[in-house]
Write a protein that binds this ligand. Sequence first.
Ligand code: 3PG
Length: 214
Amino acid sequence: MNDSRGILSQAPVVPVLAIENLDDAIPLAEALVSGGIPVLEVTLRTPVGLPAISAIREAVPDAIVGAGTVVNAADFEAAVEAGSRFVVTPGLTQGILDTASGSEVPLIPGVATVSELMRALDYGFDCLKFFPAEASGGAAALRAFAGPFPNVNFCPTGGIGLHNIDEYLGVKSVLTVGGSWLTPGSLLAAQDWDAVTALARAAVEHVSTFRAKQ
Ligand code: 3PG
């Protein structure tokens, strides 16, 4: 599926990746995919974010790679050019909304408030990143959003890890949860891809056990 809801529905969790070394892109993506995590958000926080997206798109066909930390229209266009299957932003700008509205690549815009959510809806975006989740009211805020906006779905991100993921998975509107905890800097620095796969497997198992009980 090419829509944002379809993509997030295939993601037990979404790792938020800040790749420093381009040579790590492919083994990192392979490690996550073999741990059961196909949807990868590669942030543009590092100079190699865009080439890392292109490399993963080309070499890891089972990965669904998108761009994160896209903060303006030029970034959006560069992310699409690099081969991103989806684009995630931490917030909303007019430029991003206008550019994404005319693009075939789905946008998952970041919102933290009801007014931002309403602005996203004005442009037809109803599958959103809730960021920064913990600092913006956490799972309780998402439950409150569901009253007036029962058809909006979320990928909360920001301050989430295995210690608090259940709070979010328990909210009906939450399709999946994102975060950087799956790829600690120490494992990337050590290029310990087996450990990345093990963390991925643990997260996938945790989510599927939780969902099976719901
Ligand atoms: C993001 O861009 O989604 C966040 O920086 C990830 O937040 P985390 O590092 O707290 O998981």
